[in-house]
Design a binder for this molecule. Structure first.
Ligand SMILES: *Cc1c(COP(=O)(O)O)cnc(C)c1O
Length: 429
């Protein structure tokens, strides 16, 4: 069982919407910090542990600064993500550059920043050598193929485009060493939103066994293994959060069984978690503005899938609460929808909710109920887009002292037009 909470009372949230009109994202700094501290404590049983936050999950440098303050690094996959992490003060090997189909200029920027480069393919060794240089520290991404079962979001490893095959890894590390690399790391990511700790422990075991084999077969001694991202969060009420202590203990058990006897201790443990770091501590706050009764009952929000596309993209469940009606009986069965000209623009389908007042806001002077969409702190606003001329909403941060700070303003129509040359348009015929 998981419990869905929201850090502000209905009154405080209504007051906030006078300053910042809906829709907007709200993140809870204190909750992010407490969660991060719990992770660091659980993983302190390893000789060294580094968590690189997957920037793509919430690419806001204010959030990255909080994470940097806690000692987290960043996992970047593009040049702009590298720049965001740099902007937040994350430096050198705190940056992990896990990209694929990477342009040369992005590798060059990663090298310039001193990031740890994680190669996605055997051919990238030659590519990196020719277009930039082989750095001392280098990581390779492993795709276990049929040796590991995948999960729903990421699919089967043998159908995934990422990483080296097993044999390519041995050849790759040897080639990297021949080209001057002297510090080595191994990465894999085979799951997404996986709540079963055993799955992640098994991933660690696979990497530990490979670490031993790399040492035995080609004399490569790894400095760290990177378990990637993919730790899930309980989006649904009947799901349970991953117990970090239990997860760390399971990985430690595999470490003791495989790494210690092989004489490979100390081996660093790195992670690239995104979702589990900020997901539960962010909410999309919206207002119900229309009700429509046709073959089904519809509640229209002022947010749409351009603000949060997970439900439309994956059929993902996001819990919805109505502030002030948290304990009210669930008398409504409705689809909660946005305004996009796309029928899958639905935050919830046939959901049981308390009776919702839509107020027919604005025109009639009465405001509808607020609707809070939970677990939107990762892969939420970041996946937003401008289809249908939708402007992406802003982001607010609740600070530990209770103050609220605007960490990204909403987009304006001028932002939307900024990539058009409107002068050229005047004389265009
Ligand atoms: C997306 C991604 C992550 C983060 O995944 P989460 O599910 O948010 O933990 C980490 N590493 C890589 C390479 C990714 O593509």
């Amino acid at each position: 069982m998981s419990v869905k909470t929201f850090p502000l009372s209905k009154q405080a949230l209504e007051a906030l919407t006078e300053r910042y009109p809906t829709p907007f994202y709200l993140y809870d700094e204190d909750a992010i910090r407490r969660n991060g501290a719990a992770i660091l404590k659980a993983f302190s049983i390893f000789p060294s542990f580094k968590q690189h936050y997957a920037v793509k999950a919430l690419p806001n440098p204010f959030i990255l600064k909080i994470l940097a303050d806690m000692g987290f690094g960043a996992d970047c996959s593009s040049l702009p993500e590298l720049l965001l992490a740099d902007m937040a003060g994350m430096k050198g090997e705190d940056l992990m550059f896990t990209s694929n189909e990477t342009p040369a200029r992005e590798y060059r920027k990663a090298l310039e920043l001193g990031a740890a480069i994680n190669l996605d393919d055997y051919t990238h060794i030659e590519f990196l050598k020719r277009t930039a240089r082989i750095p001392a520290l280098i990581s390779c991404r492993y795709n276990p193929g049929p040796l590991k079962e995948g999960n729903a979001i990421i699919g089967k490893p043998e159908e995934a485009k990422y990483g080296f095959t097993r044999e390519q890894l041995f050849a790759g590390f040897a080639l990297l060493r021949d080209n001057g690399a002297s510090r080595f790391a191994l990465h894999t990511m085979v799951a997404s939103n996986e709540l079963n700790p055993e799955y992640h422990i098994e991933t660690a075991r696979i990497l530990f066994e490979l670490a031993v084999e790399l040492q035995e077969r080609i004399g490569i001694r790894l400095e760290f293994v990177n378990l990637g991202g993919g730790v899930g969060i309980p989006y649904r009420l009947d799901q349970e959060a991953v117990d970090y202590t239990c997860l760390a203990a399971g990985i430690r058990k595999a470490y003791d069984a495989i790494i210690l006897p092989a004489g490979l201790d100390p081996l660093g443990i790195h992670t690239e978690w995104g979702r589990v770091i900020t997901g539960p501590y962010g909410w999309l706050v919206s207002r119900a503005i229309h009700r429509k009764s046709i073959y089904r009952e519809y509640i229209g929000l002022d947010a749409c899938m351009a603000d949060l596309m997970r439900p439309a993209l994956y059929g993902a469940y996001h819990h919805i609460t109505i502030p002030g009606k948290e304990t009210a009986p669930l008398t409504e069965i409705c689809d909660v929808v946005g305004s996009l000209c796309e029928n899958n623009d639905k935050f919830a389908v046939q959901r049981r909710l308390p009776s919702i007042n839509t107020g027919e806001a604005g025109d009639y002077g009465e405001a509808g109920d607020l609707a809070v969409i939970h677990d939107a702190g990762a892969h939420g606003r970041a996946m937003g887009f401008n289809y249908n001329g939708k402007l992406r909403c802003g982001e607010l941060l609740l600070r530990p002292d209770g103050s609220i700070c605007l960490i990204r303003r909403p987009e304006t129509i001028d932002d939307y037009f900024a990539t058009l040359d409107r002068e050229a348009l005047k004389t265009f015929s």
